[in-house]
Design a protein around this ligand. Structure first.
Ligand code: TEU
Ligand code: CA
Length: 572
């Protein structure tokens, strides 16, 4: 894989727990994924990003790893993994796996040892600090850091009378990257997977690895801006060491989860002159989700806000950097429920969103289910949620602080990560065809199945040539057939327009114009210049390009609700 191969790739993220269950226990597994590799190859996927499948107690659904080189028994065996990797490669696809090394599970052997005594050889694999004392002489945490999953980021351990750091769950102790022995353990593990033939890594909260060893207090009330957690003093030293020790020895692809990284800081991680990571994805358009968000969620982004974010990142990355562009992943509610229309314009809005995604400058990431227009799922009660971020916030806000339960549920139904984790909808039959138990009745699933599987499922979508799925397939091929969409420069031509996303992509003598109506109303959009011809549109048959001959000369487009078009432009 040439190093710039990743720029032209289409990445598809699989959340294994929710993709396909092959043995009827209601939990997705590796054999389930194997059974659908032809589906992914047919869609046009180049690279699969597989979320964690390693041994884990599943406090955070696998993002709490207890053994980095063993397969989670619920998902299968190492032989299943080898089958999966072989099957992916046989179909000409690549596999990148999740590297979760800011923290491990507290059930990892290293932590079980580390917590035993102050002089245990594994003590410094984790971040331990002595208590501070408050004015009553009581032990308190060393600073005011909070966890993203509620509560303090420090957990008291009575055995050695110290606190350990966990920026996420109590069961996710942060690894101590200051310790060269720990770093070497991680590098050895990376070699293990790369030597098996894995094609790279998506790196979980990678900007967090380096902590300021003074452990300063967080500036009052600024928990959300991550200035203290991300981009620590040695982060680039560590990533350069990782590149030097591991990455540069393989033809591999790396995607950094850029949580806490600003557009201005991005090229420090992904600049072609940096020898660190290949690309990064940012959180600037992700749903903000801190504990207070479960009572007072931020309003959804407006289209101009999202357009400004995309343009800003493109400018800052420039020719030197590269990004993984996405609208959905396992940490965000479904993009169709955020920016699209789940009513009469379900298909049109899903394909308009797909057009905007697949014509961006950056490696597009498609999240499982978005290709058939999966939507958020209504959760009736807290008991239906699985994500510990929701459950911990419920405990902290509703149970302990008497916040209004109805308000909490309303907010959670907007922002919870569970929306992205409802089982993939394969068929219009019990449990959406996600699971079949050994007697063929279809067992219960680990998380609620979205009841709209009767209308939104793979089987029906693949039978309908005018479906969202077929448009994704067509659009993916369209991107591969037009290098201007991979390497061309990007310019937003209507940043202030509240309904239309319109931008050009230019590569030497080829110039295309992408126009996406993100509204349920017809829109007249005057270009001010003539379009040559329409290359693709999400409206088939009549009115494919929103213009009639007469309009086109005047450069005026009459767009249908959620109509999206890509035009060839004259290059003067
Ligand atoms: O995500 C980073 C992260 O913090 C998000 O989980 C989440 O969006 C949070 O609410 C901030 O808004 C990575 C993984 O993608 C996520 O699934 C894990 O839970 C987390 O790290 C810990 O590994
Ligand atoms: Ca299973």
């Amino acid at each position: 894989m040439t190093k710039t191969h990743y720029k032209a790739s289409i990445v598809y993220q699989i959340y294994p727990r929710s993709f396909k269950d092959s043995n009827g226990d209601g939990i997705g597994d590796l054999q389930g994924i194997i059974s659908e590799l032809d589906y992914l190859a047919d869609l046009g996927v180049d690279v699969i990003w597989l979320s964690p499948f390693y041994k884990s107690p599943n406090a955070d659904n696998g993002y709490d790893i207890a053994d980095y080189q063993a397969i989670m028994p619920e998902f299968g065996t190492m032989a299943d993994f080898d089958d999966l990797l072989r099957g992916i490669h046989q179909r000409g696809m690549k596999l990148i796996i999740d590297l979760v090394v800011n923290h491990s599970s507290d059930e990892h052997f290293w932590f079980q040892e580390s917590r035993k005594s102050l002089d245990n050889p594994y003590r410094d694999y984790y971040i331990w600090q002595p208590p501070h004392q408050n004015d009553k002489g009581e032990n308190v945490p060393p600073n005011n850091w909070l966890s993203f999953f509620s509560g303090d980021a420090w957990q008291w351990d009575a055995t050695t009378e110290q606190y350990y750091l966990h920026l996420f769950a109590v069961k996710q102790p942060d690894l101590n990257w200051e310790n060269p022995k720990l770093r070497q353990e991680i590098y050895n593990m990376m070699h293990f997977w790369l030597k098996k033939g894995v094609n790279g890594f998506r790196m979980d909260v990678i900007p967090f690895l380096s902590k300021d060893q003074n452990f300063p207090d967080y500036p009052k009330g600024r928990f959300g801006d991550l200035t203290v957690y991300a981009n620590g003093p040695r982060i680039h030293e560590f990533l350069k060491e990782m590149h030097e020790t591991v990455l540069k020895h393989y033809d591999c692809m790396t995607i950094g989860e850029g949580f806490g990284v600003s557009a201005e800081q991005a090229n420090l991680y992904v600049g072609s002159d940096r020898a660190e990571l290949d690309m990064i994805y940012h959180f600037d358009h992700a749903v903000p989700r801190y504990e207070h968000s479960f009572i007072a969620p931020d309003p959804e982004f407006t289209l101009p806000q999202i357009k400004a974010i995309f343009a800003h990142w493109d400018t800052q990355l420039g020719e030197k950097g590269w990004q993984n562009v996405y609208f959905g992943n396992h940490d965000n509610p479904r993009i169709l429920s955020r920016l699209g229309n789940t009513g009469i314009y379900h298909k049109q809005s899903a394909t308009s969103i797909a057009t905007a995604l697949l014509t961006q400058r950056g490696t597009p990431g498609i999240y499982q289910g978005d290709e058939i227009g999966m939507t958020n799922c209504h959760f009736e009660d807290i008991s239906e949620f699985n994500d510990l971020q929701v459950l911990n916030a419920f405990q902290a806000l509703v149970v302990e602080k008497n916040a209004d339960k109805g308000q909490f549920l309303k907010a959670s139904n907007r922002i919870a990560r569970d929306h992205a984790r409802t089982p993939m909808q394969w068929k219009n039959e019990k449990n959406a065809g996600f699971t079949v138990d050994s007697v063929g009745k279809g067992g219960t699933t680990w998380l609620k199945v979205n009841p709209n599987f009767n209308k939104i499922n793979v089987a029906d979508a693949r039978k309908d040539p005018d479906s969202i799925w077929h448009f994704y397939k067509k659009m993916i091929q369209f991107r591969k057939d037009h290098p201007v969409l991979v390497h061309g420069s990007f310019e937003d031509i209507a940043p202030a327009d509240a309904n239309i996303y319109a931008f050009t992509r230019t590569l030497s003598d080829e110039k295309v114009l992408v126009v996406c109506n993100f509204s349920a109303e017809k829109q007249v959009f005057s270009l001010g210049f003539e379009v040559k011809n329409v290359l693709i549109s999400n409206y088939l048959g009549e009115n494919t390009d929103g213009t009639s001959r007469s309009n086109r000369e005047g450069g005026v487009l009459n767009l249908q609700p959620y109509q999206a078009c890509v035009f060839q432009l004259f290059v003067h």
